[in-house]
Design a protein around this ligand. Structure first.
Ligand code: AMP
Length: 468
């Protein structure tokens, strides 16, 4: 194995090699077949610690390779352990917040464990419980579950967790955000005191620390995610556009720039459905994925999107959590999220496994403050491109922003200075980057401030195409 393959999410390559990690030949073969050259930092840190049998508290975001970080050592431990698989009594439970994430972890378990005699099963809500009950009639070593369905199955006596060896809580921060704390507490009561517990979370918030204190026993702690850092491999652009022109602009970009596999985020389920209808009207194949869709519809949409037969998938934040699509090139924020952290999760869907990706946000005047909050969180300015014909008739978003900044500077020196320096730094960044600068079109009254920074050729083409 060579050592020069990019690691997921632009994480710096670790100096540890897979051969250093004392994994059995059957697992090494699966890693080789997956074409992983080097362990990612979370894998390099987590795998040896999990192999010791101790508890682990790990901070790692999706896209860092964390799934293999816990799955590989668990497979190793279970295959070494004498314990026999029993019907309805899993040896390892992996709890995850969403169905999609559960399905993806199951795929990983099957991939990494394909040369081992280890059995696994995934159970989640939103689909009939009966096939899951049937599947539980066979012995299961690793059970991957969402909390609600797991409790259902335990309540019906189909699963007994009393002899569990290993518990993994994946995306624990998201589980808390989604209100699963009571379910988690109920599940903990069904587990033996003596077990190995691994808790993975994007961040170590106070709530996560409290949960960790209750659930973990003298845990090792590892952290690879720089808190709320947007992936460096994702080229991020904001297109300032009037709200009523967003849909036209999106259709235009998808068609004109021949965007395939575009994941579009809306804030609400209703908004997702509405956008799909409009895109379909524009002749673009699109489907929505959100909590009101049946599991079958979600699975079908995701499958078609993954194999490239569906051009656009419109998703809400929760539905898209954990989506793992190889080489997803485009993420569009049709509406910015209210919570800046969600932006980081959204754009983390692209630029995965070392691939380049682009995230384009369509920002209207009311959303400028959300964009600022995101920039503060990721500690980086997002390139702004104005699509003049879309920004309304009388005033561009930039003009609105300048007018607000001037009003603020009149009110008090601090606010004004902040805004002026922000505008200045946008300007100087534009000058520094030089290339891609778009000249104003004197014929367009609302195009006076149009400019493009950076090298988002797609966006320049979008703007240029519209101008001509
Ligand atoms: P995760 O953070 O677990 O969702 O993983 C993100 C992506 O990284 C998945 O598509 C994995 O297949 C991929 N991946 C995991 N480990 C490695 C590795 N060591 N080298 C290259 N890709 C990896």
């Amino acid at each position: 194995m060579s050592n020069n393959q990019p690691t997921p999410a632009g994480e710096p390559a670790s100096t540890v090699k897979f051969t250093d990690l004392a994994l059995c030949p059957a697992i090494m073969r699966a890693i080789d077949e997956a074409d992983y050259q080097t362990p990612t930092p979370i894998q390099a840190q987590a795998i040896p610690r999990v192999l010791t049998g101790g508890d682990l508290l790990a901070a790692a975001q999706t896209g860092t390779g964390k799934t293999a970080g816990f799955t590989l050592p668990i497979l190793e431990l279970l295959s070494k352990n004498e314990g026999k698989s029993k019907i309805g009594k899993p040896r390892c439970l992996i709890l995850t917040p969403t169905r999609e994430l559960a399905a993806q972890i199951h795929e990983s378990v099957q991939l990494y464990g394909k040369h081992l005699p280890i059995t696994s099963l995934v159970v989640f809500g939103g689909v009939s419980i009966n096939p899951q009950i049937s599947a539980l009639r066979k012995p299961v070593d690793i059970l991957i579950a969402t909390p609600g369905r797991l409790l259902d199955l335990c309540g019906q006596g189909k699963i007994d967790l009393a002899s569990l060896d290993i518990l993994v809580l994946d995306e624990a921060d998201r589980m808390l955000d989604m209100g699963f704390i009571h379910d988690i507490k109920r599940i903990i009561k069904l587990l033996p005191e003596k077990r190995q517990t691994l808790l993975f979370s994007a961040t170590f918030s106070d709530e996560i620390r409290t949960l960790a204190r209750k659930m973990l026993n003298n845990p090792d702690e590892v952290s690879v995610a720089r808190r709320n850092t947007a992936s460096e491999l994702v080229e991020q652009t904001a297109l300032y556009v009037d709200k009523n022109n967003k849909r036209e602009l999106l259709s235009f970009m998808i068609k004109e720039l021949d965007w395939h596999q575009t994941l579009v985020f809306t804030r609400t389920k209703h908004g997702a459905d509405k956008l799909v209808k409009m895109l379909v009207k524009d002749g673009i194949e699109a489907l929505a994925i959100h909590g009101n869709k049946s599991q079958n519809a979600r699975t079908r949409a995701l499958k078609n999107f993954k194999d490239g037969s569906l051009q656009v998938l419109v998703a809400t934040d929760i539905a898209a959590r954990g989506l793992d699509i190889d080489q997803l090139p485009n993420v569009v924020n049709y509406e910015l999220p209210n919570v800046p952290e969600d932006y980081v999760h959204r754009i983390g869907r692209t630029g995965r496994a070392g691939m380049q990706g682009q995230a384009v946000s369509l920002v209207n005047a009311e959303e400028v403050k959300l964009l600022k909050a995101i920039e503060r969180l990721i500690k980086r300015e997002i390139e702004v491109v104005e699509i003049a014909p879309y920004t309304g008739h009388n005033e561009t978003v930039r003009e609105i922003e300048q007018r607000r900044a001037e009003a603020e500077s009149k009110r008090g020196p601090r606010g004004g200075q902040r805004n002026r320096s922000s505008n200045r730094s946008r300007q100087s960044q534009s000058e520094r980057q030089g290339a891609g600068k778009q000249s104003s079109n004197p014929n367009s009254g609302n195009n006076r401030h149009s400019h493009s920074r950076g090298n988002t050729s797609g966006n320049r083409r979008a703007a240029g195409g519209r101008h001509s």
